[in-house]
Design a protein around this ligand. Structure first.
Ligand SMILES: Nc1ncnc2c1ncn2[C@@H]1O[C@H](COP(=O)(O)OP(=O)(O)OP(=O)(O)O)[C@@H](O)[C@H]1O
Ligand SMILES: [Mg+2]
Length: 261
């Protein structure tokens, strides 16, 4: 297999809020170019926290290795994520990462078309009108392009967020519950679009979902969580990986997903 885009070893993020503490621990995670990785687990287990770490939005509290292979000018280079400056992290994100936020994150003052084209513009990539037309057709947004997000349904807004993250075919796609607000056929279309970007374009795709049945047959690997409530105010979630495409590398005996006390 090719060199991993992300390498994580003993990465930890501690989040505290209102006296409660949540720790996400990632013992080991490798994410490759062309891989479709699903992230599956119950609400509050740390899926969005993991994605924010991968998106360079959150800094880890501790890590023994946390690197990203990203485009730097023309060539690709490996960067040590915890030592990146904020500006450099933002630059790498703009050039390499498409992030579908769980909250959508659309700009209310821009139309659907402008929202979708925004990431392409800031990544500096020109988009041909056929690629734009194909993507908005797949996502059923062709007749919504001149509307502002407030005039769309929740599912339509979510599809705009997906289009915005995918339009410039970034080498890394992070999608946080991109199918949560759409009907099942649309969820399948979104999933298949993400799979195409991984398997045909070669992007590294990480898709969060609470619906394992949607991704179980098509993911190359799956991240799950073992959640232990150490006390009322102290939770530890540890990830483990089920690798489905590399024979012999699955985590036999890995704990079952769920919350234990
Ligand atoms: N900004 C924050 N500050 C402090 N703690 C936070 C913050 N955001 C989330 N947390 C805590 O971190 C834990 C993991 O949250 P996270 O959003 O990663 O879960 P999730 O798996 O994405 O859940 P969901 O499926 O509901 O989206 C939760 O216990 C949450 O309370
Ligand atoms: Mg979440």
């Amino acid at each position: 297999m090719n060199e991993p885009v992300y390498r994580l070893r003993e990465v930890e993020k501690i989040r505290t809020k209102g006296g409660a503490s949540f720790t996400l621990r990632v013992p080991e995670l490798l994410i490759h170019k062309g891989e479709f990785l699903s992230v599956v687990g119950p609400s509050g287990c740390g899926k969005s926290t993991l994605l924010d770490l991968l998106a360079l939005v959150l800094n880890p509290t501790n890590s023994s290795c946390f690197t990203i292979d990203a485009r730097n000018k023309i060539t690709s280079e490996r960067f040590d994520i915890p030592s990146l400056s904020e500006n450099h992290a933002a630059w790498i994100r703009r050039k390499n990462i498409g992030y579908v936020l769980q909250s959508g994150g659309l700009f209310p003052f821009l139309t659907v078309r402008e929202n979708i084209m925004l990431t392409a513009e800031i990544s500096g990539k020109s988009i041909d009108s056929q690629a734009f037309g194909n993507l908005v057709d797949v996502l059923g947004l062709g007749d919504q392009l001149n509307k502002k997000p407030q005039y769309l349904s929740g599912g339509q807004r979510q599809r705009v967020a997906v289009a915005r993250a995918l339009i410039h075919q970034p080498s890394i796609i992070l999608a946080d519950e991109p199918t949560a607000a759409v009907d099942y056929p649309t969820a399948l279309d979104i999933r298949d679009e993400l799979k195409t970007l991984a398997h045909e374009v070669g992007s590294a795709v990480v898709m969060v979902t609470h619906d394992r049945s949607l991704v179980k047959d098509i993911s190359d690997s799956e991240v799950r969580f073992e959640v232990v409530r150490k006390s009322l105010n102290d939770t530890l979630a540890t990830t483990f990986v089920i690798n489905k495409t590399a024979p012999g590398s699955s985590n036999e005996g890995a704990p079952e997903q769920g919350i234990s006390k």
